[in-house]
Every structure is written in C-alpha cells, then in structure tokens.
Design a protein around this ligand. Sequence first.
Ligand SMILES: *[C@@H]1O[C@H](CO)[C@@H](O)[C@H](O)[C@H]1NC(C)=O
Ligand SMILES: *[C@@H]1O[C@H](CO)[C@@H](O)[C@H](O)[C@H]1NC(C)=O
Ligand SMILES: *[C@@H]1O[C@H](CO)[C@@H](O)[C@H](O)[C@H]1NC(C)=O
Length: 666
Amino acid sequence: MALLVAGVGELGWTVRVSSRLRRGPLVTAGGTALRRYTTGDEYLHRSIVPTMHYQKSLPRLPIPKLEDTIRRYLAAQRPLLNDDQYRNTEKLAQNFQSGVGKELHAELVAQDKKNKHTSYISRPWFDMYLSARDSVVLNFNPFMSFNPDPKPDYNNQLLRAANMVCSAVRFMKTLRAGFLEPEVFHLNPAKSDTKSFKKLIRWVPPSLSWYGAYMVNAYPLDMSQYFRLFNSTRIPRFGCDELFTDKKGHHLLVMRKGNMYVFDILDRDGNMLKPAEILAHLRYILVDSAPPPDFPLGFLTSENRDVWAGLREKLVEMGNGETLALVDSALFCLCLDEEPMRDHIHISHNMLHGDGANRWFDKSFSIIIVKDGTAAINFEHSWGDGVAVLRFQNEVFKETTERPQLNPGTPMATVDSATAVRRLEFRLNGTLQNSISKAKENFKSAISKLTIAAMEFKKGGKEMLKEKKLSPDAVVQLAFQMAFLRQYGQTVATYESCSTAAFRHGRTETIRSATIHTQRCAHAFLQQPGRYSVEELRSMLTECSKYHNKLTREAAMGQGFDRHLFALRYLANSKDMALPSLYQDPAYAAINHNILSTSTLTSPAVRLGGFAPVVPDGFGVGYGVHEEWIGCNVSSYPARDVEEFLRCVYKSLDDIFSVLEGKSIS
Ligand SMILES: *[C@@H]1O[C@H](CO)[C@@H](O)[C@H](O)[C@H]1NC(C)=O
Ligand SMILES: *[C@@H]1O[C@H](CO)[C@@H](O)[C@H](O)[C@H]1NC(C)=O
Ligand SMILES: *[C@@H]1O[C@H](CO)[C@@H](O)[C@H](O)[C@H]1NC(C)=O
C-alpha cells in the first residue's frame, strides 16, 4: 500500500518535471534572443501538495431531510408573516412535506445517487444564472477592489497593470501545473497548516486525502471552478447562455477608451512574455492615439441577454466571428480607465459598472486599473463564486506587493509592440450601430438609478465583540435588522450568502438572518429607553448570536433550506406537472424577494466589495467586520433611501455597543 501511494505521487511529479525541462531560450519575432522565464521562475509558488489533491475525496453536498428543510423554512418565514399568513404557509408546507414534496425529494435523492461526480445544486444553479435574461450588469456581476500597494510608487497605472498581469498569468500557470496550494479551511492551523502535515498528506492518495485533512480539523475546499477563471466567457444565447472556455487562448484582452486590443502573452509553448515586454505592450496601448470608437461594442454585454444573443448573431453574419472569438478566448480582460478616482463611492461605481464603454462584462473576470493605480476585479457570476475569485485576488495582491515582477524604473523591453499588439476592428452596419446606441441608453438609464453609500463604524469591531462572546457577523446582521425596522417599521426577507465549497461542486447556501430572535431584539432596542434593562438587552443579544451561529454552521454544512427547495422546484419544473402549491404561496415569493441582500468579506487584499440590490426595492449590502472597526458599502435604487439606512445601521451598532459596555441607550 505504502509503495503504491508513493508510486502515484512520484509519477505526477516526474511528468511535470520533464515537461519543464523541455523549455529553453526562444527567439522573438524581432529576432532578439530572450531568456524566457523557465523552471521555478514561472510559478507563484510550488505547493508540495498538488492543487487537486483533495478534489476526488471531497464529501458530497448533502441533501437535507425534507422534514428539516420544512422546519427551517417555516422558522425563517415566521418573522415575515402575520399569524394568518403564517398558518396558511404552514399548512401548504405540511401538505408539501407529506405529499408531492415527498415524491420530488425521493426523486432528487435518487438522481443525486447517480451523479456522484457533482452536487445536486450544481446544474440547477448554473441554469438559474445562465437562463436569467436580465443584464449581468448590476443584476449579477459584483466587484472587489484591491487595497492600494503600500509602496506609493508602485501605484501607477502602467506599472501596476503590468505587475498584475504578470502575477495573474503566473497564477494561471501555477494552477495549470498543479502547484497552486489547495484551498483549505483550517480550524486548527497550528496543526494542519504546517510543512510536516503537508509532507505527510501528499503521500495519501487523492481518494483518501480528504479524510486525512479532516482528522486534523482542516477542510479542503472544492476547486472545480478555478479552471473557468481563465480563457473563459459567457456567451449570450437565446433562452439560456453558454459558458465557453478555450484552453488554447494565448492572448490578453485589453480595453482602453472603449477600444479593444489583444496581444499574445504566452508563446506557443506556454511561456509567459518577459515582464518588460508586457510593460512595453501595455505602454503602447496606453499611448495609442486612436480615438474612442463611435460605437463601443462593450455596451452590448450590458444588454438583456436575448437582445444581445440576437445582436451577436448579426455581428457574426457581418463577418465578426473571428474577432469575437478572440475576445471570448482571451485569458482575461484588462480594463485601463482614464478618469482618476475621487473617493470610495466613485471607486464603487466605477468598478461595479463604470461608463460601460470600457468593459466586457461577459468575461469571467476583468481587472480594472485606473489612471491613479486604483484597481479592482469585476466578475461574471454564473461560472463561480467569491471564494475562487478572492483566492485569485489575494494571490495577485500578495505577489504584486511583496515580490513584484517589475519595479519603478525597470526599462521596457525593446520589442516591436506595433506588430505584437492588435487593435480589434468590428464591421458594423446601421442596425448594429443603432443597437449599440440603444444599449448605451439603457445602460445609462439603469446606472443613473443606482445610489451607493458607505459607512464606517469606528467604536469597535471583531475584537471587542469576541471579548463579549458574541459572533461579530451576528451582531452586524442584527444591526441591519434593527436599522430596517427603525427606518421602515418592518422585518423583510434577508439573504446572507454562505459558501458550501467544503463539498464537491458546492456553491452557496443562504443564511436567513432575519429571525424571530433578531425581530424580538430589534423591537426591544427600539422601545422607549428604560423599557428593557441593559441586562435584558444583553441576554437578547446573546440569544441572537447563538441562533445566528447555528444558522451559519448549518448553511456551511449544506443544511439550509433555500437550495433544497430550489432544487425541488427545478425538478418539478422539468416535469409535466403543476407547480406545487408551496411555490405558489405569496409568502414563498416574498421570502425570495430579498430586500436585504448581504455578503461579507474581509481580506488584506480587498478595500471595498460591492454589488447592486437584487430587487428594485432592496439594498445590496457589502460589509466587513475588521478587528477594530466595521464597514458597510450599500447600494439602492430610488425606492429606498440608502443614506438614511446607513445612519440607522450606525445608530443600531452604536446602541448595541453601548449596551455591551453596560450603558443604557439614549
Ligand atoms: C488558457 O490557455 C493557455 C494557452 O494555451 C493555456 O496554457 C492554459 O492552460 C489555459 N488555461 C486554462 C485555465 O484552461
Ligand atoms: C445589418 O446586418 C444584419 C446581419 O447581416 C442584418 O440582419 C441587418 O438587416 C443589416 N442591417 C442593415 C441596415 O443593412
Ligand atoms: C466595504 O466592503 C468591504 C468588503 O465587503 C469591507 O471590508 C469594508 O469594510 C467596507 N468598507 C467601507 C468603507 O465601508
């Protein structure tokens, strides 16, 4: 057994080594001999545990028991309904559980048993995204902006762009070579995030490796989404879009002033250009004097998906097929923006939607870099979730700030950029020109309705909350509930996303953070001062925190109710049957009309994260609980007042912290 294990590991290793040895010096088009980045130089790092080591033995995403799902569903509905509505919903849910739901559940379980390579949610979830016809802009694509480089002279647009492109390509190469450290969630890093553990676990065969990690309280995460980071795009098709990945894409797509450029960033053997060559090509693009196009094609990616699908066919008929293919197969998209950023809010707007001309929103992700070096990632959401993109962002930030490939003053390579870089030209006729103008109008009108605001609470954060034995996330979620109640006098459907990447092909589950506990507590805080003692309020806070922790743990273990009900509905839809009455309940529609859509993120690489509301009368709430402070970036449409909401969130946090310090609230 031991020998067999060693043999398998050894084989993977040798194959990789020999393919690395084949590369040597190459000659560029210009005839200059350039030392390519060979051997160790081309990778971010070289994990001794292969990237996909745990993938095969990842546990499967469980399908919750139907009774549990119904119980959790009803508990989440309780704070949103009055007694009559609740009784009705309860009846429908119970009928579902003992009737048609039971059959659907049995079928879902049977189907899942036959598809062990994936998870029960994978297909319905891809379909949900890809068949949505709304624009991906605002409705789906989020952004995460990078913190500035701590060394000011690295924050210039050209240098930062070149460094980020280099690190992004090196990330891809590291991933492809299987050298990228597997993503593992360590509960006890002192034990599992160590060299000795890695040295040991690498010899455990992939079919068992997960158990080895589990034994030391480490949870390897699903990495099946990673390959879609690169060479990928979403292609509009009537009814349902398509995800496209071209494993042979060698080029980078660069956008500036609405013009699109491509250049080969890898040679035919897959070696990256020298950083100084990349620098030269990017500079060539930055100083290109071509005027902005009258009809920037990028606007089309912000259209309704069916409209865009039709226009894409016309573009192909006009002979633009090959050019579009270059866009689709590019490694990723780099957007170089002209206008410097004024503040956080300006950054959020620019990175979430920008002016529309200088974006290709369908690309799996784009790195956007502004004149002043401010950088962000905007990503298309159907192919993957925040976990994969954040890992990429963290690695790129780490390398560009700690071990940049280029430094201020690094001379540019003397290469013939005019030959290497190609500006894409599209053939358009009157119909297409009009359609682009129309898309532009739609885009401008959509973004003009979006307001973004931010708030920073500096009186305390994670540290203080942990000291008081409260879950930081629970407290901030409670503050949102309190704020909404204060502002609008209501408890509404609330969505907090939670990753289920601990399972094979897991995606996300919803934490329903509006609970009877938060409702009770929020009401108590809003009563006239003195009605409840500080002690009473504190014990309610503890109650909220405990319950929120339970919901979070359950969601992360795949034990929510949202995905299960969603999959059962998807199954019902695929059959020739009437939609079960549970799904026709107005309360079901209401709990899925998520007025508070929330997502949290903290990372040393990330400065701001944000997204638009998911419904016209909602808030899109990105937040972070830092050691000593709490930040929120919130968006809304005219139906809501986002500034007032943030004032209410601030007031709620202030009250909660007062109570925690033993003070009564005013
Ligand atoms: C993208 O294309 C390049 C060039 O062919 C290739 O080396 C790389 O493996 C591809 N990446 C992915 C993730 O498929
Ligand atoms: C433009 O080309 C498309 C595709 O060939 C065609 O459907 C459309 O009618 C053309 N429009 C004009 C004004 O020629
Ligand atoms: C904005 O969002 C990020 C990520 O969600 C968060 O960490 C940060 O605290 C927020 N910043 C501000 C200024 O609100």
